[in-house]
Design a protein around this ligand. Structure first.
Ligand SMILES: NC(=O)c1ccc[n+]([C@@H]2O[C@H](COP(=O)([O-])OP(=O)(O)OC[C@H]3O[C@@H](n4cnc5c(N)ncnc54)[C@H](O)[C@@H]3O)[C@@H](O)[C@H]2O)c1
Length: 342
């Protein structure tokens, strides 16, 4: 089986490439990545060690994409995934996220290839998500058990990032209708684990662990700076496992949208994350408070895994402690290489 993973030198793409190479016998895995993300050059080295070739060019360049050969499956992990970037550099978000997926779909049509698309929980409506928790309640710990399923509102606003991913989903459905390109769309919540070069607005879990290890500065941003906002977290290993399962069952289960995440068992507030990081690193740092909330931030997101669990008899195996310990061990093992990223 010949698989192209776009964004193959990113956090998800690199872990997935290496996982699938080892898991699927006689597979040929290729990556496409222009190495624009901080840390992607380090991931490229890992791909080389695993004999995975990377095509180094911009996904917006269809002429180059056309010449990469024919694949049985394309897994689209290429994106500008940071919300703040959609404010600073909207052109890049649209060229990479939307035009990129459009180019992939043209290639899928030409070669009769199917697609697995990595979408995001950020396709859902900010306005609706904001209503789950009243702002004044964010002074205290949140006890909500609300879970977000695939039918949740996707009405705007949702950030240009979220819109570019939802528009890509719509494109995929059009290509399915026009050219019978079969697809799976996975709307992931927060993914975390080794080889994530985290930033404040994307990849906060590895950032939190790294800053604690190196005793650097951090801040609770928004919602009064209390750190009570909640997300559910899924380990990258669980992500690789479910995508592998989807590949093996692709001929039977396709043309679906799934929400996938850590769900209730793996939900955590920033404040609770701090306590766990203190415990596993044995370091305590002062965390600043930035009171002002970004208009794109949401107070709460927890995934409803009901549909994905039903279709694949699957649920995430790794808990938050596993995620944090694996991330800590990764940073300490590659200390010299990684220190500059935190
Ligand atoms: N990490 C998460 O928590 C998370 C959550 C939900 C959805 N997702 C989705 O999963 C996918 C992978 O996310 P990630 O965390 O691995 O992101 P990442 O930034 O680590 O990886 C993206 C990769 O794409 C590459 N890239 C960016 N622009 C490019 C371009 N124009 N041409 C070619 N390559 C380009 C980057 O160099 C990078 O290596 C994305 O589609 C993202 O929207 C991620």
């Amino acid at each position: 089986m010949k698989i192209l993973i776009t964004g193959g030198c990113g956090f998800v793409g690199s872990n997935l490439s290496i996982f699938l190479k080892n898991k699927i016998k006689k597979s040929k895995i290729y990556s496409l990545d222009n190495l624009s993300r901080n840390g992607s050059k380090i991931n490229l080295q890992r791909l080389k060690e695993n004999k995975i070739q990377n095509f180094n060019f911009d996904i917006a360049n269809y002429n180059k994409l056309k010449k990469t050969g024919k694949f049985n499956l394309i897994i689209d992990c290429c994106a500008e995934p940071a919300i703040e970037e959609s404010i600073k550099n909207p052109d890049n978000v649209f060229n990479t996220n939307l035009l990129g997926t459009f180019n992939i779909l043209k290639k899928c049509t030409e070669d009769k290839t199917n697609i697995i698309f990595l979408s995001t929980s950020r396709v859902y409506s900010i306005e609706s998500l904001n209503k789950i928790i009243k702002k004044k309640n964010l002074k205290n710990k949140i006890y909500s058990k609300v879970k977000i399923n695939e039918n949740y509102s996707t009405s705007s606003p949702k950030s240009l990032y979220g819109l570019s991913k939802l528009a890509s989903e719509e494109l995929i459905k059009e290509f399915n209708y026009m050219h019978n390109i079969k697809y799976l769309i996975n709307r992931f919540g927060v993914i975390a684990g080794p080889w994530q070069f985290g930033k404040q607005d994307q990849g906060f879990v590895s950032l939190w662990v790294g800053k604690h290890i190196y005793k650097k500065k951090l801040a609770y941003i928004g919602y009064g700076g209390h750190g009570n906002q909640i997300r559910d977290i899924i380990h990258i290993d669980d992500v690789c496992n479910i995508i592998f399962r989807q590949i093996t069952k692709f001929s039977k289960i396709n043309n679906h949208i799934f929400n996938i995440g850590g769900s209730i068992k793996n939900k955590i507030s920033l404040k609770e994350l701090t306590i766990l990081c203190e415990k596993i690193t044995k370091n305590k740092i002062n965390i600043a408070k930035k009171i002002k909330t970004s208009q794109f931030d949401i107070p709460y997101y927890v995934t409803d895994n009901k549909k994905i669990s039903k279709y694949y008899n699957w649920s995430p195996k790794k808990n938050i402690n596993d995620i944090l310990v694996d991330t800590k061990n990764w940073i300490l093992k590659y200390n010299k290489l990684l220190i500059k990223f935190f």
